[in-house]
Design a binder for this molecule. Structure first.
Ligand code: ADP
Ligand code: MG
Length: 201
């Protein structure tokens, strides 16, 4: 079972991965965006960490709702409200249980991803974070490592796609040939689940 500590470790591991990869995320956002994705998420996840330390929420749902709220209020770019919605919707779906199963997390994340798709209007294949998140959720039944692999594959597979949503869509055909920054950061978020689970022992 996964408790509030697991979800705190998940958010911390994501913040660390974002710090490590910030330059790469911003570099990916340079040819098909405005070169701020790394700094946007660094600012957002630094706020998530600070809020989690200060408020110490004690259920999985409360951890994710607090994290989502921080991302919505601290990140100016499109990715802030989208990631914020992902975490808040996932958190709400987990309810106020003290512990949740991996199956419950998979189901809740599915609700979160569907919230992202409703808010942003993107479907799989539109070259957005959805292209990493949907395969990750689909693979989650086979465990966190399977979800990580699926998210990474999904992110890489955005390279040949034409962007249909977000800033990159303004480029039309010129968006082809570049990996989507948001799909790349989504793969980091999912990979952090593996780290959170590994730290448990
Ligand atoms: P901005 O585009 O406002 O500068 P960021 O650079 O932080 O915001 O984030 C860009 C990423 O957000 C994109 O790579 C894409 O994955 C994601 N994104 C943008 N618009 C949408 C949307 N409508 N639906 C889903 N994801 C989106
Ligand atoms: Mg940007």
């Amino acid at each position: 079972m996964l408790d509030a500590d697991f979800f705190r470790r998940w958010m911390t591991a994501t913040a660390e991965a974002v710090d490590r990869e910030a330059e790469r995320l911003t570099a990916l956002d340079s040819p098909i965006g405005d070169a701020d994705h790394g700094s946007n998420l660094q600012r957002g996840f630094a706020a998530v960490r600070a809020a989690l330390e200060k408020e110490a929420p004690d259920t999985p749902g409360a951890v994710l709702i607090l994290a989502g709220r921080q991302l919505i209020s601290k990140v100016g770019g499109a990715s802030g409200p989208l990631y914020g919605t992902l975490l808040r919707r996932t958190g709400k779906a987990l309810g106020d249980a003290a512990e949740v199963s991996e199956e419950q997390l998979a189901e809740a994340l599915r609700a979160g991803v569907s919230g992202v798709m409703t808010l942003g209007g993107a479907a799989p294949g539109d070259k957005t974070m959805v292209d990493a998140l949907v395969p990750a959720v689909d693979a989650l039944g086979d465990g966190f490592a399977a979800a990580r692999a699926a998210a990474e594959e999904g992110a890489v597979a955005t390279t040949p796609l034409l962007a249909r949503k977000g800033r990159a869509s303004y480029l039309g055909e010129r968006s082809i040939g570049h990996q989507d920054p948001g799909a790349t950061s989504s793969a980091l978020l999912i990979a952090a689940l593996v780290e959170a689970a590994a730290a448990e022992a």
